[in-house]
Design a protein around this ligand. Structure first.
Ligand code: AMP
Ligand code: P6P
Length: 360
């Protein structure tokens, strides 16, 4: 039994204390956040036991990106759906693992929120026991029908009500924001509670790390290559190099830079000229982490501007990501503006398309 923590301030109490700042609140958002914490506990338990109960490995199914679905991400996706499909707090859901909008079953009523989630980000690392995570974002319903539509989902990150992630690492953590700062909780499995361990997280200065897959450097644009050299103190005024750390699980890489100071980037490139947008997903990964970074005093950019200001045009839209301390992210924007005119033109044509509201 671990020694009793000095303050037994659970995530449920923290969420409830935040609600008290909103006198007209009905408690719906509070209970939605509770449900996400519970889903995190269930997924954490399955993740730690995955190797024992043979839910490691891949299913036969392929997700909407053509990626083989790992059994654990199917399990995680199912847990989050079943946690939320009947609560009458949501008008729709959207998951990285589902091609289309997920409707609330007609047997249940609907509510005023939309939940977007990546049930198990970094799942390609599961079989090698590397930390993975769940990412979620919550928007308010903005259409007037009873059921949610794509219009309710394709909202700018600037409109988010809440966002967070569960991090299944040596400890299981849940980090979330509702626009009142960023707060981190560590699961005490002996009592089954997330305990406040990281109140009011602020990204420390100066940045110490950079995280990027330099195996792709040959495909990077000139501006991104110069940015990476700048981070190493090679290009520019030769400042102290940042240490390179790359796990290949975005939550793990992002979390280190949130706590220690640093920048993560997964840029767009010109390897495939009509796909200049990189790999990461705007609605299921980038918006939530951009909201968290902003609330922690950092910044997230697609290389041109704030990710929170991007108007999504499709559910599975991709986005280049530079996220962490504001100064290095702004340096990336500067190098790209100076060196990457062709890429900028190609990416803008993709990013600034009109929203596809089929099924709206
Ligand atoms: P509700 O009717 O309980 O869903 O809350 C209405 C609004 O009050 C929400 O959309 C938030 O803007 C705010 N709010 C309610 N509960 C919380 C909470 N636990 N943390 C932060 N904001 C909250
Ligand atoms: P690469 C995991 O598959 C993921 O979506 C993110 O968690 C991670 O940052 C990225 O892909 C890793 O991609 O191309 O470096 O293996």
């Amino acid at each position: 039994m671990l020694p009793m923590p000095k303050t037994l301030y659970t995530i449920e109490r923290h969420i409830l204390d935040q609600e008290r700042k909103h006198p007209g609140a009905t408690g719906e958002l509070t209970r939605l956040l509770y449900d996400m914490a519970l889903a995190g506990k269930i997924i954490a338990d399955a993740t730690t036991r995955a190797g024992l109960v043979n839910i490691l490995g891949a299913t036969e199914s392929i997700n909407s990106y053509g990626e083989t679905q790992k059994k654990l991400d199917v399990f995680a996706d199912d847990i989050i759906f079943k946690m939320n499909d009947h609560t009458e707090r949501l008008c729709a859901m959207a998951s990285e693992e589902h091609e289309d909008l997920i409707d609330i079953p007609t047997s249940f009523g609907t509510g005023k929120y939309v939940l977007l989630y990546d049930p198990l980000d970094g799942s390609s690392n599961i079989d090698v026991n590397v930390a993975v995570g769940t990412i979620f974002a919550i928007h308010r319903k903005i259409t007037h029908g009873e059921r949610g539509t794509l219009t309710d989902v394709l909202q700018k990150g600037r409109s988010l009500v809440a966002a967070g992630y569960m991090f299944y690492g040596p400890s299981t953590m849940m980090i979330y924001t509702t626009g009142q700062g960023v707060h981190g909780f560590t699961l005490d499995a002996s009592i089954g509670e997330f305990i406040l361990t990281h109140p009011n997280i602020r990204i420390p200065e100066p940045p110490l790390y950079y995280s990027a897959n330099q195996g792709y450097e040959k495909y990077w644009t000139a501006g991104v290559r110069r940015f990476c050299k700048w981070l190493q103190g090679i290009d520019g005024e030769g400042h102290t190099p940042l240490s390179q750390r790359y796990i290949g699980s975005m939550i793990a890489d992002f979390h280190r830079n949130l706590i220690e100071g640093g920048v993560f980037f997964y840029p767009g490139d010109m390897k495939v000229p009509d796909k200049p947008y990189g790999k990461l997903r705007l609605l299921f990964e980038a918006q939530a982490l951009a909201f968290i970074a902003q609330q922690a005093g950092g910044y997230a950019s697609d290389g041109l501007g704030d990710i929170l200001d991007i108007q999504p045009h499709q559910l599975h839209q991709r986005v280049p990501v530079f996220i962490g301390n504001r100064a290095p992210v702004e340096m990336a924007e500067q190098f790209i503006a100076e060196c990457d005119k062709d890429w900028i033109k190609a990416y803008r044509e993709y990013r600034d398309r009109d929203p596809v509201l089929l099924g709206a």
